[in-house]
Design a protein around this ligand. Structure first.
Ligand code: ME8
Length: 516
């Protein structure tokens, strides 16, 4: 039986169309999902939309729509984005689904049965944009003297009757978790932030609202709706069929990885473990808080209105190019900048001119000069086995080890070095000269290269699935030989057949208005 692997993204607020940060997260998670499938694991991959809360209710009112109309319209755009970016989710969840209301209420009842919920009055500073309460000590003063949250968003003094969750009771257990299981929060910088926050002391958490009704009703007290983060976090269970004892719950819970952005690490590593403990459920194995993508150094967000349509970029430059760019350009875990020049530069130098050119040059040479195929009979020479060893090391060992730790950038860096080694080998071996002087040696050189191209295409296929498939199709690699386990066998790939090679990565031009 394959080892199960459950991976989730954050669920996005559909109060506007998806922005580039959403695309970034969906792509990174998809790369991990495809990577784990190639490792032979049985993957379940969930993404979706977080449709409740004051932020959605206010936005709908501003637009003259009902929250459900807004959610329906925008959630469809998020799903479409995932489809168009080749994001291979198994479940796209919407928190307005009836099954999700049932799951959230079941979790609530379990926490209540454990004695962790009580009714009281709440007074505090609330940020609608962050859907979060903050302590006075966490606030700063804005330019006009207004109070701002640590995220720089406006806060309002809010007073209401509210249900509370006994978060304070979990402080020691949380600290113990971070100490004994340091891999629970990654990368390390985020772990340190959370540790400092929890060491500072935890107050009980207000977990219901009475000021609006767009949410999941509190069971037994229906004038309250749950605080949106309570139901939002529950989505990870809903998707597996909770509260029913489904085969999916048995197989995939606890989740292996919640992949989320750095701004919501606190919710996933403080509140969520406490809720799960309270309800008697196991904790996810890891929460990874990735960095933010900045547009030439500036934050993009729906609230600020400086958003780029990720689908426009995908259409202009290609889905695989965008996927590669995101993971290659920015060290995963850190913030990073993007620009159209950077996309074009990276795509041309590494994909079109290096890997794409390597594959196309070798395959079209074989198609043209060797009748599309041959069986290499000449002996393998040291230069051939050295190259194969180097490429295998990068593709079957270093890249998988790096991707397993979400070090996508490092894995791709090593992969690129292997591409460069192949290009240097072609120049040294000069198969076009061997064609006249030693055709048998030429075949061995080409066979060596085809083996390397196969390995490179398989290794990078979680990132560039369509282009890799195109290359592997042209190399006539059978469908069941396109995973990491297959890379080790027949490294010389003696029998070669090439069908219809066409360039997998065209050269890109910068649109005129972007050129500087
Ligand atoms: O936070 N770069 O939804 P959301 C990279 N509904 N990632 C970014 C980003 C950027 N510029 N901007 C946002 C929510 N993100 C909640 C989540 S989960 C139970 C509930 C990331 O639409 C952000 O960090 O504001 C988050 O992981 C995801 O996009 C959705 O953000």
């Amino acid at each position: 039986m394959a080892d199960p692997y459950y991976l989730t993204t954050a669920i996005s607020y559909p109060n506007g169309p998806p922005h580039i940060g959403h695309a970034y997260e969906a792509i990174a998670a998809d790369v991990m999902a495809r990577f784990q499938r190639l490792r032979g694991r049985e993957v379940r991959f969930q993404t979706g939309t977080d449709e409740h809360g004051l932020k959605m209710a206010q936005k709908a009112r501003d637009l003259g729509k009902t929250p459900r109309e807004l959610a329906d319209e925008m959630s469809a755009l998020f799903k479409d984005m995932c489809d168009r970016l080749n994001v291979s989710y198994d479940r796209f969840i919407r928190t307005s689904e009836a099954v999700h209301h049932e799951a959230s209420q079941a979790l609530w009842r379990a926490m209540e049965a454990n004695g962790d919920l009580y009714l009281d009055r709440y007074e505090g500073w609330y940020s609608v944009r962050d859907e979060a309460y903050y302590d006075e000590s966490e606030l700063s003063d804005g330019e006009g003297g207004e109070k701002l949250s640590p995220q720089g968003t406006p806060v309002e003094w809010t007073v209401e009757e509210s249900w509370f969750f006994r978060l304070s009771a979990y402080q020691d257990r949380l600290l113990e978790l971070y100490r004994t299981n340091p891999g629970f929060i990654e990368p390390e910088s985020r772990r340190n932030e959370v540790l400092r926050f929890v060491e500072g002391g935890l107050r009980d958490l207000s977990v219901s609202r009475t000021s609006f009704d767009w949410g999941v009703k509190v069971p037994g007290n229906e004038e309250h709706v749950m605080y949106v983060w309570v139901d939002a976090l529950t989505n990870y269970l809903t998707g597996l069929g909770y509260p029913k004892q489904t085969p999916e719950m048995a197989k995939f819970w606890p989740a292996d990885l919640h992949l989320i952005g750095k701004d919501i690490v606190r919710f996933h590593t403080v509140y969520w473990p406490a809720f799960l403990w309270s309800a008697g459920l196991e904790l996810p194995k890891q929460v990874y808080g990735h960095g933010f993508l900045l547009n030439r150094g500036q934050k993009e967000s729906k609230s600020l209105g400086n958003v780029t349509d990720p689908l426009e970029l995908a259409e202009r430059y290609g889905v695989d190019v965008l996927r590669y760019f995101f993971l290659r350009e920015v060290t995963f875990g850190s913030d990073g900048s993007w620009s159209q020049e950077a996309i074009v530069l990276r795509a041309n130098s590494e994909l079109a001119n290096s890997f794409g050119n390597l594959a196309q040059r070798v395959m079209s040479f074989i198609a043209k000069n060797c009748d599309g195929g041959f069986t290499a009979a000449a002996p393998v020479e040291p230069a051939d086995s050295e190259l194969r060893a180097k490429v295998l090391q990068a593709c079957a060992k270093e890249l998988p080890e790096a991707f397993e730790k979400l070090s996508f950038t490092a894995g791709l860096e090593g992969w690129m070095q292997a591409v460069f080694a192949c290009n240097a080998y072609i120049d040294e071996q000069a198969p076009w000269t061997l064609r006249k002087t030693d055709p048998a040696r030429m075949e061995r050189v080409l066979a060596t290269l085809c083996g390397c191209i196969r390995d490179l295409a398989v290794a990078v296929s979680p990132v560039t699935p369509a282009a890799s498939a195109k290359i592997l199709d042209a190399l006539c690699v059978p469908a069941d030989k396109r995973d990491y386990a297959a890379l080790a066998d027949d490294p010389a790939l003696g029998a070669i057949r090439i069908e219809n090679p066409t360039p997998a990565f065209p050269r890109l031009e910068l649109p005129a208005e972007e050129a500087v």
